[in-house]
Design a protein around this ligand. Structure first.
Ligand code: HEC
Length: 200
């Protein structure tokens, strides 16, 4: 095990521990609020692999809504150098290997005129909100399998937030910034995903 692996392992263990503690607190709350349910019995938390709670929490990372609060468009301009070979941003700018990105933040996926998108991109539902952009820019080929943006992704979450902040300026009316999600909300979502029946 090299040093980096060990670090990951140690981090994973810590997160698992925190996850387990959080889960305990939460399940306590759930059952305190419903003392009269006939068949209520405490969930044996030892049977829930705390690692799976941790996985979900770790995967989620700090929510993009939170990262956007401190994102910096001028740093994003620097990050965008990695994109500029394939994308322009000005209104009416040319398509290069990728489509022009004027007004892309908040708009429906794959709707810029005159660019021939891949079928995978055309099939992607929804709009480029902060969550989807964050997921796509983390690892394009996993977020939308089969899309043709040949770009490995931005590993640093702050780079992603900064570049999204930079991009959102290129619009007549920049897309509204997200509200901050409460920490409890994120925690609850993570637990819900692992043990849905506990929250019913
Ligand atoms: C090697 C070229 C290349 C690089 C580098 C690149 N892209 Fe792309 N990008 C593309 C292509 C091609 C598509 C269209 C994908 C498809 O249709 O499957 C695309 C699509 C997109 C879309 C969706 C556009 C729409 O109209 O729905 C966004 C947003 C985007 N890229 C942002 C970025 C950002 C931000 C970066 C830099 C961090 C980046 N791209 C780097 C080629 C690239």
């Amino acid at each position: 095990m090299n040093f980096e692996d060990f670090n990951k392992f140690a981090m994973g263990f810590l997160i698992a521990l925190l996850g387990a503690i959080g889960f305990n607190l939460l399940s306590e709350q759930v059952f305190h609020q419903e003392p009269l349910v006939a068949n209520a019995y405490p969930i044996d938390t030892s049977m829930v692999a705390s690692a799976s709670v941790a996985d979900v929490v770790e995967e989620a990372g700090p929510p993009i809504s939170e990262l956007m609060q401190t994102a910096d468009a001028s740093k994003g301009a620097n990050v965008f150098k990695k994109c500029a070979a394939c994308h322009t941003t000005e209104n009416g700018g040319a398509h290069r290997i990728g489509p022009n990105l004027w007004n892309v933040v908040g708009s429906d996926v794959a709707t810029t005129d005159g660019f021939s998108y891949s079928d995978a991109m055309l099939a992607q539902e929804g709009n480029w909100d902060y969550e989807l952009l964050n997921r796509y820019l983390t690892r394009p080929k996993d977020a939308i399998p089969g899309n043709k943006m040949v770009f490995v992704g931005l590993r640093k979450e702050t780079d992603r937030a900064d570049v999204i902040m930079y991009l959102r300026q290129f619009a007549d009316t920049p897309f509204e910034l997200p509200a901050v999600a409460a920490v409890e909300e994120v925690m609850e979502e993570a637990v819900e995903e692992v043990v849905p029946e506990a929250m019913d």
